[in-house]
Design a protein around this ligand. Sequence first.
Ligand SMILES: Nc1ncnc2c1ncn2[C@@H]1O[C@H](COP(=O)(O)OP(=O)(O)OP(=O)(O)O)[C@@H](O)[C@H]1O
Ligand SMILES: O=P(O)(O)O[C@H]1[C@H](OP(=O)(O)O)[C@@H](OP(=O)(O)O)[C@@H](O)[C@@H](O)[C@@H]1OP(=O)(O)O
Ligand SMILES: [Mg+2]
Ligand SMILES: [Mg+2]
Length: 324
Amino acid sequence: MADRRIIVGYALSTKKQESFIQDSLVAFASSRGVDLVKIDLERPLADQGPFDCVIHKLYSEDWRRQLVDFTARYPDAVIVDSLDAIERLQSRISMLQVVSQLKLESSTMFLGIPNQIVIYDNDSLFNEPACASLKFPLIAKPLAADGSAESHKLALIFNRDGLGKLNPPIVLQEFVNHGGVIFKVYVVGERVTCVKRKSLPDVSDDKLGSPEGSLSFSQVSNSAINEKHADRGCNGLMLHLENTEMPPQSFINDIARELRQVMKLNLFNFDVIRDARVGTRYLIIDINYFPGYAKMPCYEAVLTEFFCNIVRGREKKREEDPVA
Ligand SMILES: Nc1ncnc2c1ncn2[C@@H]1O[C@H](COP(=O)(O)OP(=O)(O)OP(=O)(O)O)[C@@H](O)[C@H]1O
Ligand SMILES: O=P(O)(O)O[C@H]1[C@H](OP(=O)(O)O)[C@@H](OP(=O)(O)O)[C@@H](O)[C@@H](O)[C@@H]1OP(=O)(O)O
Ligand SMILES: [Mg+2]
Ligand SMILES: [Mg+2]
């Protein structure tokens, strides 16, 4: 059994397929005995395959039914990950609620999330007493994190004037100065990879009087700035990605392991910032299901190893306990 080929079916949007199913991944996986096969979304999933493993990033009710039917027919196939577990990451409120459940050992590092509230309608923007409890600058994010371009349209809000332009439902989150560098932590099963990315630059107090009130932006960490070189942020300060110290690896590993266990997910990444005022205070600001892994170093090898491990792990379990 050990050397037979492993078949991984993938069900992804066209955009996700283009970014994830690179020739380099297909070739590397194939050289290690793993075949990546596109699932035809026009046909019932249960009529396709067999697959040893199915990976997916689709959210419709129809897809949920397809997964149920497929599992009934092929109970030994591994679905990575369960839709119920993935759903938590579709709301920017529920995605960060898990952070308070993590059991971290570090006594020197603190992990939390920024203060935030959810706003469901325009009236609440100005009447909600909770709004008054937040300190400007704020960052406004669409409540839904469903992978659409809209869900990535964010705005920096400097003062009350900036609140008027928002489209609820949104999350209003305190902006925390963090030196313009974000840590993206990619999780693939047990493998954890932390990289530095360009982030929004710090906001100085004099910006709070800005007559525009707000500034819109989208997917800042992907902007076409060469990450290896110093860059000038919009407040004029030089950002040196290379000179920014990484968080302690053991701290990041602990967070990743705990998140994976609490969320019951294998494929995700999370964004962490380090408070510019308190160097031991870290904040998780975003968690994404099935992120842009092609930007992760050695993604071909890491994903291939994961597919092998997950399928072989399931086979081993069956051999040990055939009735389970
Ligand atoms: N509370 C915050 N304090 C400071 N900066 C923040 C905060 N929240 C977000 N940012 C900045 O805004 C960027 C985008 O925010 P966020 O990661 O929540 O959006 P996203 O569209 O979900 O991103 P992704 O492309 O990672 O899915 C972050 O990478 C970071 O630069
Ligand atoms: O497109 P990119 O490579 O930037 O990857 C982004 C990915 O888009 P993709 O679907 O095209 O892979 C996004 O997915 P959706 O929310 O839009 O579903 C989201 O997960 C981002 O976090 C990823 O950026 P990263 O966190 O890895 O920097
Ligand atoms: Mg993010
Ligand atoms: Mg996100």
